[in-house]
Design a protein around this ligand. Structure first.
Ligand SMILES: C[S@@+](CC[C@H](N)C(=O)[O-])C[C@H]1O[C@@H](n2cnc3c(N)ncnc32)[C@H](O)[C@@H]1O
Length: 281
């Protein structure tokens, strides 16, 4: 497999970007994925049920792409607050958002202990973040806490064990998918969202599955770093270097013949925080 010139990093490192000596690869990666996922994200903003004047949280905002898009739903008096544990990401998000003035604000913070009082936000948004946190259940509890009663929480997460790739060698395919899932801190999160939202007494919990279909090995590799994952599978002793070589040769052949197929299942989860019930007299 030829090395991608732009990315040579471990997708699992999104858990602690500031620990890395340089975050520019992650910036390029997020720019690339944002351009691929933008239409999908836009289709989901409506699920937040925002109104002008609302204050909305974008948890794990990264470069702030979604935060900037959400401004138009709450303008003119509303505000979007983007929170990310990485100071490098927050710097990037601020630089890219200057023209939005006070409508969008970015702060460093940790999903496990948000710095906001209870019931601060009309709604909460979080995309591709819970997969990287140590305790997604706690992060969801925090989002519920800071959301106003009646407000919505909208989450979007992939589930890496669902990656389906058509390849001749099924054993190697399974080993690489397993290694990919194990490289992500909370890779089980996609399928766990329903139960976690229900456990927080949210109502009208809905799950919308979105298959990310790819007919291109090149694009799938950019998104999921199959080359680095296969190397990790070799290091773990799950497959041999020769298995890996043959697997990629097969996939490259399929791409050249226009019959590469890969699909990753992602899940959007929506839930509404229970409104306080007035005591009956
Ligand atoms: C894959 S990026 C997604 C960024 C953005 N939501 C998007 O869709 O483009 C994951 C982001 O989550 C942030 N993150 C990871 N762990 C976090 C935590 N415990 N609290 C807040 N943000 C966290 C990372 O720094 C990174 O910016």
């Amino acid at each position: 497999m030829r090395k991608s010139p732009r990315y040579s990093f471990d997708p699992g490192s999104f858990s602690d970007l500031d620990a890395l000596s340089e975050a520019s690869q992650y910036v390029s990666y997020l720019e690339h994925t944002a351009s691929r996922l933008r239409d999908l994200s836009r289709a989901r903003y409506e699920l937040l049920n925002l109104s002008p004047g609302d204050q909305v949280l974008d948890l794990g905002c990264g470069l702030g792409e979604d935060s900037r898009e959400l401004v138009s739903f709450v303008a003119p008096r509303g505000k979007v607050i983007g929170v990310d544990s990485s100071a490098a990401m927050i710097r990037q998000a601020r630089q890219r958002s200057r023209k939005f003035g006070r409508a969008v604000r970015f702060v460093v913070g940790d999903a496990h202990g948000l710095q906001f009082p209870d019931a601060t936000f009309a709604a909460c948004w979080s995309e591709r973040v819970l997969q990287h946190v140590a305790d997604p259940a706690l992060a969801i509890r925090e989002m519920v806490r800071v959301t106003k009663p009646g407000g919505r929480i909208v989450l979007f997460e992939p589930d890496h064990s669902t990656l389906a790739i058509d390849a001749a060698d099924r054993t190697t395919t399974r080993s690489i998918v397993l290694t990919l899932a194990d490289s992500i801190r909370s890779s089980w999160i996609g399928r766990a969202l329903f139960g976690l939202l229900k456990a927080n007494s949210l109502h009208d919990v809905t799950i919308i599955p979105t298959p990310l279909v790819s007919y291109s090995l090149t694009n799938t590799n950019k998104l999921l770093r199959l080359d680095a994952t296969a190397k990790a599978a070799v290091r773990r002793g799950l497959i041999s270097a020769e298995d890996s070589r043959q697997w990629f040769a097969d996939l490259r052949r399929r791409q050249a013949e226009g019959r590469f197929f890969g699909c990753l299942l992602c899940f959007t989860a929506v839930g509404v925080k229970t409104s306080k019930v007035r005591p009956t007299r």
